[in-house]
Design a protein around this ligand. Structure first.
Ligand SMILES: Cc1ncc(COP(=O)(O)O)c(C=O)c1O
Length: 357
């Protein structure tokens, strides 16, 4: 399919942020967006247009039944000025797994990557160069058919929007405080936890807001059946260093998002000879390990923050300090290794980086 392009008039191009050191996350959008429609049983009309508002029927099914999925990836500017995507094919593969779970028609992954590359030929110059910044890329799909009644929509819109971002947390690469949630649930077995469905994030807001009011940056979700096993954080997978070994929850329950950064951390750890294991981890075991000094580090992993050190866990009315509230050695090593590959300070031995022309 040919991608039609209607470019913004030069006089209407937006000024790019000049203060790259103080970019926040998710507030600024580039000049153009990619769109594609689905109707009459087919994806069609791929096009790149100026970024702007969409027209939607008030009866669009997404507004009522939340049939919407998304992805998040980044484009990095390297020291030589070239742009690089990190594992984009894995993001589009996960978008299709989300589509399947949410009864959304599958998309052509190779075509979406081509569309993204064409979009970046136009807007790639929005990629900032300040350390820790990147161009965030948000592909998403939602149900547009005007219809009231619960069934899959017959019409959809797929979009890719981009925008320059700084650190995800205001703390930057500094330890965050996490609230272990023992009442609300994020995801049940057989539910939506292992895909990126908007509905999961909506259902997490209330608990996250309550924790934020108490001063915690993120929630650590426990399993929804017993509130006993550690699952993940709002937008990150979790890792703990216990007895010198990196531990993360397995993905077998289907309730945890298979993070690409998580997979990258496990690969890099193996490459560096750092012992790591995927195993169920009970919150009580974690707290006992903290009390006996066997828990030396904790960190989250995700595209937005890459690696985020955790300096404090709050569980059942008590605060537990981790790594003296500092960045642990293993956390720092993994962060440095991943960031060096993403920004091209080191060669990528894993085939994750996709350089743009
Ligand atoms: C719930 C959840 N867990 C984990 C992650 C981390 O996934 P990734 O490393 O692919 O960004 C994300 C972010 O996409 C997320 O939303």
């Amino acid at each position: 399919m040919e991608i039609l392009k209607r470019l913004q008039l030069p006089a209407h191009l937006k000024p790019r942020p000049t203060d790259e050191a103080n970019l926040r996350f998710g507030d600024i959008y580039s000049d153009h967006m990619f769109l594609m429609d689905y109707f009459a049983g087919q994806w069609r009309n791929p096009r790149i247009e100026p970024f702007g508002p969409l027209t939607l029927s008030p009866a669009a099914m997404v507004l009522h039944y939340s049939q919407t999925i998304f992805e998040g990836l980044k484009c990095y500017r390297r020291p030589d000025g070239r742009l690089a995507l990190f594992r984009p094919r894995d993001n589009f593969a996960r978008l299709n797994r989300s589509a399947e779970r949410m009864s959304i028609p599958l998309l052509d992954e190779a075509f979406l990557l081509q569309a993204l590359k064409e979009l970046l030929k136009i807007d790639g110059q929005w990629t900032p160069s300040h350390p820790g910044s990147a161009l965030y890329i948000r592909p998403f799909v939602f149900a547009t058919e005007p219809h009231l009644g619960v069934r899959p929509s017959k019409e959809y819109l797929c979009l890719i929007i981009t925008g320059p971002v700084g650190p995800y947390y205001k703390e930057g690469f500094a330890p965050i405080k996490i609230y272990v949630e023992s009442y609300y649930s994020r995801s049940a077995p057989g539910g939506l936890g292992e895909v990126k469905a908007g509905a999961s994030y909506a259902s997490s807001l209330l608990a996250t807001e309550k924790a934020a009011q108490k001063g915690y940056t993120q929630l650590l979700w426990l399993d929804s059946v017993q509130h006993r096993y550690i699952e993940e954080v709002g937008s990150m997978n979790m890792f703990f260093v216990i007895d010198g070994k990196i531990v993360t929850s397995p993905l077998t329950s289907g309730t945890i998002l298979p993070g690409l950064t998580r997979a990258s951390v496990l690969t890099v750890a193996a490459h560096l000879g750092l012992p790591a294991e995927e195993r169920p981890l009970e919150i009580e075991e974690l707290i006992a390990a903290q009390k006996s000094g066997r828990l030396s580090e904790a960190f989250g992993s995700g595209t937005a923050a890459v690696i985020s050190p955790v300096g404090l866990l709050h569980y059942q009315e008590k605060d537990y300090v981790v790594a003296d509230g500092q960045v642990g050695r293993i956390t720092q090593t993994l962060y440095d290794e991943l960031v060096s590959i993403q920004y091209g300070f080191k060669t990528d031995p894993y085939g994750w980086v996709e350089l743009l022309d």
